[in-house]
Design a protein around this ligand. Structure first.
Ligand SMILES: C[S@@+](CC[C@H](N)C(=O)[O-])C[C@H]1O[C@@H](n2cnc3c(N)ncnc32)[C@H](O)[C@@H]1O
Ligand code: SF4
Ligand code: SF4
Length: 344
């Protein structure tokens, strides 16, 4: 049942989409903010820790005051949702203070983590609207790319979040190692915990492509189109599919994408309704892009002017990135995806 607050959000977001479309201006709904590219793991598929583009940023996280200024700017711009990501955001020494200042704004605040340090930040994490904990399936599959022992440590975080009643979802990447057993494991775990799970095909191009070539110990990382279609067809008939974020709708989208070589890809509204802030404050259309949209960094005052201007052009790789897919559906007027975005 939609609450009064949800209806107001729907109307506000609807207005922004209409304004962005008709007037071809930026109207921000969601921003993904990488707080650091440092990480305690070195997952084999992760561009954020391996890609050349991020190497020079790693030692230059924004200061607390700059992060605060970014949050102020996003609040001023009326951004609806801020997703804190990384690297591993819980590695920042000042993460509790950052969460506290962000939670005081009107955003729907989400945070993506490998879960390993959740137990250290329970008080602050209770202020987050939704946590996303990454787990790639069974211990064997998870630890292949995410590192030996990571399954157990991530599970510690999952249990801590569960016990403390922190709302969370799980998130898994489909690689060549991912099997039906992993799907069964994840969905049964979600049923036990009564949480939802995102299952997303690994992105293997753009900034991720170079990194895959580089991480030589991981051979045949990328699942081929046939395997992915088989996996998502299996998900479609799974009795526990209701625990899958995006449900049947997302399964169909993945199958369609891998059947049509992205010809039917939705127009992506990254750079217009949503964008990505890198750990040094550079603004790019999405997390896959390394091209700055503006000269100003997100903590600078000129950033506000940049965001009210025309939609900047950038190079799009026509990916099927889950979080952007949901937003693109929404921008196409599929309002039910708002439910996924704000409530799942
Ligand atoms: C970059 S991580 C940052 C947050 C945190 N360190 C974590 O692992 O959740 C954000 C999410 O991106 C996923 N991810 C990393 N590389 C990916 C890729 N090449 N394709 C798809 N998802 C990827 C991770 O599994 C994780 O769920
Ligand atoms: S934990 Fe997250 S940021 Fe770190 S390497 Fe793995 S996917 Fe990348
Ligand atoms: S389709 Fe993918 S690569 Fe293109 S802008 Fe959207 S998220 Fe970025």
């Amino acid at each position: 049942m939609l609450k009064k607050r949800d209806v107001k959000t729907l109307l506000r977001v609807g207005n922004k989409i209409a304004a962005a479309r008709l007037r071809k201006r930026m109207r921000l709904i969601t921003v993904e903010f990488a707080l650091t590219y440092r990480c305690n793991l070195q997952c084999g598929y992760c561009a954020q820790v391996h890609a050349e583009e991020f190497r020079h940023i790693k030692a230059h996280d924004l200061s607390f005051d700059q992060v605060r200024q970014v949050m102020d700017n996003l609040d001023f711009l009326g951004v609806e949702r801020v997703n804190i990501s990384g690297g591993e955001p819980l590695l920042r020494e000042d993460i509790d203070d950052i969460i506290t200042i962000a939670a005081k704004k009107k955003f729907f605040l989400t945070l993506v983590t490998n879960g390993m340090f959740v137990y250290k930040h329970l008080k602050a994490l209770k202020l987050v609207d939704l946590l996303s904990i990454s787990l790639d399936g069974t211990e064997q599959t998870n630890d292949y790319f995410r590192g030996k022992g990571s399954f157990g440590l991530t599970f510690k975080g999952i249990h801590a979040a569960h016990e403390e009643n922190i709302p969370f979802v799980l998130s898994a990447v489909v690689t060549a190692k991912f099997t039906r057993e992993d799907i069964n494991f994840l969905l049964e775990l979600c049923e036990q915990l009564n949480v939802q799970c995102a299952i997303v095909p690994m992105i293997s191009f753009g900034i991720c492509a170079d990194q895959i070539k580089e991480v030589k110990q991981f051979k045949n990382v990328v699942a081929n189109a046939y395997v992915i279609k088989d996996m998502f067809s299996y998900l479609r008939v799974h009795r526990l599919r209701r625990f899958l974020i995006g449900g049947d709708y997302w399964c169909k989208a993945v199958i369609d994408y891998y059947s049509n070589n992205n010809k039917k890809q939705k127009r992506c509204m990254a750079g217009c309704l949503f964008f990505n802030i890198k750990a040094n404050g550079t603004v790019t259309a999405c997390s896959l892009s390394a091209d700055s949209l503006f000269a100003a960094k997100a903590y600078e005052h000129d950033f506000l002017d940049s965001c009210s201007g025309k939609i900047p052009s950038f190079n799009c790789l026509r990916c099927l990135c889950f979080s952007y897919y949901v937003l693109n559906c929404m921008a196409d007027g599929e309002l039910r995806t708002l439910w996924t975005m704000f409530r799942s």
